[in-house]
Write a protein that binds this ligand. Structure first.
Ligand code: PBG
Length: 333
């Protein structure tokens, strides 16, 4: 039996070259930013919940950066594991010009001037409370006082040579304040990648293991980040955050996590002319890795599909722990 079907979408899928004509989205190494963990002691540490990722020492991090460049991934974002002895209530180590991040930026930029170095702006790795902001004695996360600290942190990172600072803290008004602080210090060429819609997600668990940066239980401080990170139930609110970040001078905006928030990525893509980034976070990596290590999913195919899905949703830039591996797979064709 032949159906009377003048319109047959399958004709556009009948041959690899014809599928190529119809392809709307593609992935390339130029879309990726590689997140890296590192600490101040010699030797690398495995991260139990993120097989294949390590916390680097400086030598290993330099090799990782070199490898990323070789794979075609030209940007990395830095996440330090700060020694417990340096964690304080005010997070002052975050703007120490001789701190781990600042020294690491200088080492990376002197070895690889072409590497784009992105830094995280937030207090959690430096805070005795594990919060992105300052905690008041009665347990509130202080907004405006935190923003002042973040400005010092961002300027110190810029002075060390960061190309892009990425505030991930979700305080109100921090993008505008950081822009003003950078400009006042003569860093008008340093970009701001704003974590615009960052959700209070359970998918950050492995990251907090990697850095020992989970909110500390006990005392007055809140056990979660729900008073500053966004409610996973909300989509319109992402547009409200977007509007503010644009007005405040963000150069690029981010949605995080990525996979469970594809609708938000699309919403933001449709509402802005700025480049949109999405962060495939530690828990997304852990899920894929665990299933693949068990032989339940085919790693290369599912990882590239997950990244393509994030691009299709509207992301120009993807932060992913799979960045180097994906870039190599794409090279192989
Ligand atoms: C903290 C920060 C977090 C991540 C990036 N920056 C964790 C958090 O907000 O608690 C998570 C990244 C990941 O899970 O891969 N400022």
């Amino acid at each position: 039996m032949t159906l009377e079907l003048p319109v047959r979408p399958r004709r556009n899928r009948k041959h690899p070259a014809i599928r190529g004509f119809a392809r709307e989205t593609w992935l390339g190494p130029e879309h990726f930013i590689l997140p890296v963990f590192f600490h101040d002691t010699p030797g690398c540490a495995e991260i139990a919940s993120m097989p294949g990722c390590v916390r680097h020492d400086l030598d290993s991090l330099l090799r990782e950066a070199e490898g990323a460049l070789r794979d075609g991934v030209g940007s990395i974002v830095l996440f330090p594991r700060v020694d417990d002895g340096l964690k304080t209530d005010d997070g002052a180590e975050s703007w120490n010009d001789e701190g781990l991040v600042q020294r690491t930026i200088r080492a990376l930029k002197s070895r690889f001037p072409e590497l784009v170095v992105v830094t995280d702006v937030a207090l959690d790795p430096y805070s005795s409370w594990g919060h992105d902001g300052l905690v008041s004695p009665d347990g509130r996360i202080l907004n405006d006082e935190t923003v002042a600290a973040l400005c010092q942190q961002a300027v110190s990172q810029a002075a060390a040579g960061a190309d892009i600072v990425a505030p991930s803290d979700m305080m109100d008004g921090r993008v505008g304040a950081i822009r003003a602080a950078l400009d006042a210090a003569g860093f008008e060429d340093v970009s701001i990648l704003a974590y615009t819609a960052k959700y209070a997600s359970a998918f950050y668990g492995p990251f907090r293991d990697a850095l020992d940066s989970a909110p500390r239980v006990g005392g007055n401080a809140p056990a979660d980040k729900k008073t500053y990170q966004m409610d996973p139930a909300n989509r319109r609110e992402a547009l409200r955050e977007l509007e503010l970040d644009e007005l405040e001078g963000a150069d690029m905006v981010m949605v995080k996590p990525a996979g469970p928030y594809l609708d938000v990525i699309r919403e933001v893509r449709n509402a802005t002319t700025l480049p949109v980034a999405a962060y495939q976070v530690s828990g997304e990596y852990a899920m894929l890795k665990a299933a693949c290590n068990n032989g339940w999913l085919e790693e290369r195919k599912v990882v590239l599909e997950s990244l393509l899905g994030i691009r299709r949703a509207g992301a120009d830039i993807i932060l992913s722990y799979y960045a180097r591996q994906a870039a190599r797979w794409l090279r192989q064709g």
